[in-house]
Design a protein around this ligand. Structure first.
Ligand SMILES: NC(=O)c1ccc[n+]([C@@H]2O[C@H](COP(=O)([O-])OP(=O)(O)OC[C@H]3O[C@@H](n4cnc5c(N)ncnc54)[C@H](OP(=O)(O)O)[C@@H]3O)[C@@H](O)[C@H]2O)c1
Length: 273
């Protein structure tokens, strides 16, 4: 391994923001990539398209043995880890009365528990490679909740709270911990079709490449956090300063147009019992 090699692991690298992040990171000289997601054939295609060494591991990150399998893969194939991008995630819409605890549980399992478990397994490698970094991909839904996305928001609120604590804890160990909070981004999992169809809302939908650039700024770049696009930070500020107003606006009829269909719910709309 060359002396200036930097190894980056991206979860959810088979599509969307994760794929765009792998492409963005591969442009940096000395980068080696580890791509993780469930669909092996897509990971193989992404890895083959990159201009740097890239290995991949097919894993369901909610599986009990996933963190240990990922750690063993990194150690065997790369020997170090400089950047962990916790990006894999999904959303299934549903009001609480209809979708219940089961829907909350499946969001927490993937968007929070799997991130915590993978980070626990890889933290020793990140500390050994310090200065190194972790980027958690949260969401503006982790600052502001809308009707029928409460379970998704809960998982991202949890991720944000945990990320802030981990930042403080890992600072003395040379592991920078930051996060990216995307708004609407057109991807396979979050197509935002309803918003892209109308001229009046099309402009609020970003591209995965913009999020990938923000992930680069937070990880290798050392920023604390980035909203994508940046003005979405105003929603978070408004939620703190004017909670009554924000709640009223989000409970109104116009706001229901901001709860868009996701790919995960079309595959399995009912939560597991
Ligand atoms: N797009 C948006 O509007 C938006 C907004 C805010 C935040 N985000 C967040 O950004 C992240 C990426 O989303 P995206 O828009 O790029 O969605 P996407 O296109 O659906 O990509 C999700 C990625 O996660 C992987 N994944 C899903 N379940 C997995 C599991 N159980 N184990 C391993 N990998 C799994 C998927 O790969 P496989 O299916 O091959 O496993 C895929 O590579 C998510 O955390 C999401 O919450 C997205």
């Amino acid at each position: 391994m060359a002396e200036n090699t930097r190894v980056a692991l991206v979860t959810g690298a088979s599509a969307g923001i994760g794929e765009a992040t792998a492409i963005r990171l591969s442009r940096e000289p000395g980068t080696e990539l580890v791509l993780v997601a469930r669909r092996e054939e897509l990971l193989r295609d992404v890895a083959a398209s990159l201009p740097c060494k890239a290995t991949y591991l097919s894993a369901d990150l909610t599986a009990a043995d996933a963190p240990e399998r990922v750690r063993a893969h990194v150690e065997a194939n790369h020997g170090r880890l400089d950047l962990l991008v916790n990006n894999a995630g999904a959303a299934w819409r549903g009001g609480f009365a209809e979708s219940g605890y089961a829907n909350v549980h499946r969001h927490m399992e993937l968007n929070f528990d799997a991130v915590v478990r993978l980070t626990e397994a890889l933290l020793p490698l990140l500390r050994a490679s310090a200065p190194s970094a972790i980027v958690n991909v949260a969401s503006t839904a982790g600052r502001v909740s809308r009707a029928r996305t409460g379970a998704y928001s809960a998982s991202k609120f949890a991720l944000i709270g945990w990320t802030d604590a981990l930042y403080a804890e890992e600072l003395p160990h040379g592991v920078h911990v930051g996060m990216v909070l995307p708004g609407f981004v057109a991807t396979e999992g979050f197509p935002a079709t309803e918003l892209r169809q109308k001229a009046i809302t099309r402009w609020i939908v970003s591209k995965p490449e913009s999020v990938a650039e923000a992930i680069y700024e937070v990880g290798p770049g050392g920023k604390a956090e980035r909203y994508v696009p940046r003005p979405y930070a105003l929603a978070a500020v408004a939620r703190i300063l004017a909670p009554r107003l924000v709640r009223r606006v989000l409970a109104g009829g116009t706001a229901s147009g901001l709860t868009t269909a996701t790919a995960a719910e079309s595959v399995a709309s009912a939560p597991p019992s």
